[in-house]
Every structure is written in structure tokens, then in C-alpha cells.
Design a binder for this molecule. Structure first.
Ligand code: DOR
Ligand code: ZN
Length: 415
């Protein structure tokens, strides 16, 4: 449902009839709500403009239609990093304020490699959520993942699926934060992929090659050719999520990949390109992996989400590091976006003129691909300016600079 605000001069009997024609079901003091798609709004606006031109009805609409509220099915975050210990008191409520479920990455130290570790971690996340049950966190559901290593076996997978662990994550060794324990020689894991395909566990992939002689901007494309495509040809029924894609190559590969392939896209890769990392000084809080790419890639990502293709869905890759670890001569990769995640995506979709496509991306396509039910609750965003905090201070005194710190956003979660 969309809420729109019209100039007060719209309230002529003729305009009231137009509201009725396009299905407006409530109108009061210049506000009206329309069920259905943006086409309804466009039709209404067109009719009002038409009326202004062709009929002697005065006064007529003098203001553009502005969407002021947006209510969508409650979204899920299909890729994030909560970390562990005291950080859960920060990260879990920050995500649960707007997301019902989240796929929790397993790159802890040591990594989450077994069912038992995943269930323990799940309990710690739930304990943190329950501490904040006065917020939305009471209903929050973490979806756990296993970290694949060269020691993972088909038995590990069968055990995990019996505990409803829906997915396992493939990090090529050395690709990113805490991935030293990860897989070297991906083919060695083919028996594991086979069992995942058999039991219906999803394979989540950090898709970058790690050879030192491959340029960092080419690592995603090379991963597709060297590893992703061979895996998918060998295991056509294995459901694969190509995580946090950053290039046109990845977007186009996913588009033609059929029903068993999907991708998550982060807010930073939709909002920014490598100029935002490197021009006018290095911006460590925009540094993440895979690294931001050139603007042509950013535009292709924007195009595919604007198209409403259901193989792309929301995954923030929200990944906190302390301010000190980011603003460092060897700064860590990761953008902590949980504080503004859904609002940032709303900004993207609004800028692209396709706000009505946000709901599919944020709330429908993820559960559909995972084979889970869509959420039944809703959230409402209002057009209301607010500033992302400059920094957050944790209970232990450490500071974290959230993604988009100090910047003003004009959509705000209100319920
Ligand atoms: O930027 C990133 N940070 N990319 C990843 O893949 C991992 C994450 C983290 O864990 O910090
Ligand atoms: Zn990640």
C-alpha cells in the first residue's frame, strides 16, 4: 500500500471522482492511500494533469504527488555478520529492528564448522535478542550457516540439515575477514557439494579468486569462469547464492543462471562505486570485500534490481569492525549497515524510480529462493529526514562508525 500526499487544492469534487476511479480507498486532509502498484499513482497523476489541461475545473492539483509512507511485508537479511560475545548486544537488536530473519555468516574465530557450533551460536544470538524483547527483537529468527573447510564431510552436511541449518558458506582461503581456515582446492569439496545438493542445503559463495597475481578488480569475474560455472555445471540442482555481487559480469551470469542460482546485493554496492572509496582521500568506512567497482558495474546492479528480477534479493553484508580497526594502516573490510539498512535500500529504489519494486527484493524473493514462507507482518517506512549517527559506542568503550555515518536519509522506519 502506498500513501501519497496531494496539495490541498486537489480537493475538488472532480478530483474526488478521480480518486475513486483509480481505487483510492481513504482520503483525509490531503492524504490518500492507494492499494496496488505505482501504476495506480501514475494513472492518477496523469488524470489530474489531463483534467487541468482539458476541463475548466478549479482549483486543481498544484503539487506533484509525493509518496510519504510505504508499507511492505517485513523483510529478511539474507547475508550478514553478527560477530559474537558482547558485540551481539549491538548487532542483534540493530538488525531485528526491521528484519524478521537473517542468514548469519559463520566466519567467527574459530569458524562455525559443525552443527553443534552453529546451534550454540544460535543460542547466543537468541539470548541477545531476548534481552531486547521490548524492541522488535523478540520474534527475530537467526538462520545459521556452516563454514566449509577442507575437513567438511558429507556427514557434516547431513547432521546440519537435520538441525534445520539451511546453508553452508564457501570462502576461498584468504578471500576476506577470518577466511584463513577456508577452502583451498575447491574441487576437493565436490563430494560435499553433492551431499548438499541431495539434502537440499544451499551453497552460499564468496565469489572471488585469491591468487595474488589476479587484480582485485578482476577477482569476481575470474571466480565465475574458474569455479562457479564448473560447480554449477557439475551440480545443476544445487541451489547457489552468489553473495554480495559487485560486477555486471556477475549480474548477467545470475540472470541467465536458471532457477537454482540467485544473488544477494548490498546497499553499498548499489549506492557507491570505487570513486566513493578513493577520490579525495581514502574512505575506510566504504571499504568492503568484494571491493567497490567502477560506476558501470554499479549501474548494472541498479538496472537488475530495478528490473524486479526475482533472482536478486536483499543481503546487507553488514559487518562491524571497530573504528580503530577500520581507520588503520591495514584497515579491515566491512561496512556496518544494520542501523540504516532498509532505509538505504529504500533510497536506492526511490532514486531509481521503482519504489514499488522494493518489497519483492527485500521481502519476497529471498524466502522464495530458500524455500521458506514469506513473513506475514509488515513494516512501515515514512518519508522523514534523520541522520545516521557519527559513531556508536559499545559497552566496552569501543567505537564503531556505521555505514553512511553522519549522512541524512529521508526514509525512516516508523513501525
Ligand atoms: O567486507 C567484508 N567484510 N566482506 C566479507 O566478505 C566479510 C566481511 C567481514 O566479515 O568483515
Ligand atoms: Zn559477508
Amino acid at each position: 500500500m502506498f500513501f501519497v500526499k496531494l496539495g490541498s487544492s486537489c480537493l475538488s469534487p472532480f478530483i474526488e471522482r478521480l480518486f475513486h476511479c483509480v481505487g483510492a480507498n481513504h482520503r483525509q486532509a490531503g492524504y490518500c492511500s492507494l492499494t496496488g502498484a505505482k501504476q495506480n499513482l501514475e494513472r492518477l497523476f496523469y488524470l489530474i494533469e489531463f483534467a487541468k489541461l482539458s476541463l475548466p475545473v478549479q482549483p486543481l492539483c498544484t503539487q506533484r504527488i509525493i509518496m510519504t509512507q510505504l508499507t511492505i511485508t517485513k523483510p529478511d537479511d539474507w547475508h550478514l555478520h553478527f560477530r559474537d560475545g558482547h558485540l551481539l548486544d549491538e548487532t542483534v537488536p540493530a538488525t531485528a529492528r526491521c528484519f524478521e530473519r537473517a542468514i548469519v555468516m559463520p566466519n567467527l574465530v574459530p569458524p562455525v564448522t559443525t552443527k553443534a557450533q552453529a546451534l550454540d551460536y544460535r543460542s547466543r544470538i537468541l539470548a541477545a535478542a531476548h534481552k531486547y524483547s521490548h524492541t522488535n527483537a523478540a520474534s527475530f529468527t537467526p538462520l545459521m550457516t556452516l563454514y566449509l573447510t577442507n575437513d567438511t564431510t558429507p556427514a557434516t552436511i547431513r547432521e546440519a540439515i537435520s538441525a534445520e541449518i539451511p546453508a553452508a558458506k564457501l570462502y576461498p582461503a584468504g578471500a576476506t575477514t577470518n577466511s584463513d581456515a577456508a577452502v583451498s582446492g575447491i574441487e576437493a569439496l565436490y563430494p560435499v557439494f553433492e551431499s548438499m545438493s541431495d539434502v537440499g542445503m544451499l551453497l552460499l559463495i564468496h565469489g572471488e579468486v585469491t591468487e595474488t597475481d589476479v587484480d582485485i578488480f578482476d577477482r569476481e569475474k575470474q571466480f565465475i569462469d574458474q569455479h562457479l560455472d564448473p560447480i554449477r555445471r557439475r551440480f545443476p540442482d544445487l541451489k547457489v547464492v552468489f553473495e554480495h555481487i559487485t560486477t555486471a559480469d556477475a549480474a548477467d551470469y545470475v540472470l541467465q543462471g536458471g532457477d537454482s542460482l540467485a544473488a544477494t546485493i548490498t546497499p553499498q554496492h548499489l549506492l557507491l562505486n570505487r570513486n566513493d572509496l578513493l577520490v579525495g582521500g581514502i574512505r575506510p568506512h566504504n571499504y568492503c570485500l568484494p571491493v567497490l567497482k567502477r560506476n558501470t558495474h554499479q549501474r548494472r546492479l541498479q538496472e537488475v534490481v530495478a528490473s524486479g528480477a526475482s533472482c536478486f534479493f536483499l543481503g546487507t553484508d553488514s559487518a562491524p569492525h571497530t573504528k580503530h580497526a577500520k581507520e588503520n594502516c591495514c584497515g579491515c573490510a566491512g561496512c556496518y549497515s544494520a542501523w540504516s539498512a532498509i532505509e538505504l535500500y529504500a533510497k536506492v529504489f526511490e532514486n531509481l524510480g521503482v519504489l514499488e519494486k522494493l518489497e519483492g527484493f527485500a521481502s519476497h524473493y529471498g524466502p522464495d529462493f530458500y524455500g521458506l514462507a514469506r513473513n506475514t507482518d509488515t513494516i512501515t517506512l515514512a518519508k522523514e529526514a534523520w541522520k545516521v549517527p557519527e559513531q556508536i559506542t559499545l559497552a566496552n568503550g569501543d567505537d564503531i562508525v556505521p555505514f553512511f555515518a553522519g549522512q541524512t536519509l529521508d526514509w525512516k522506519l516508523v513501525s
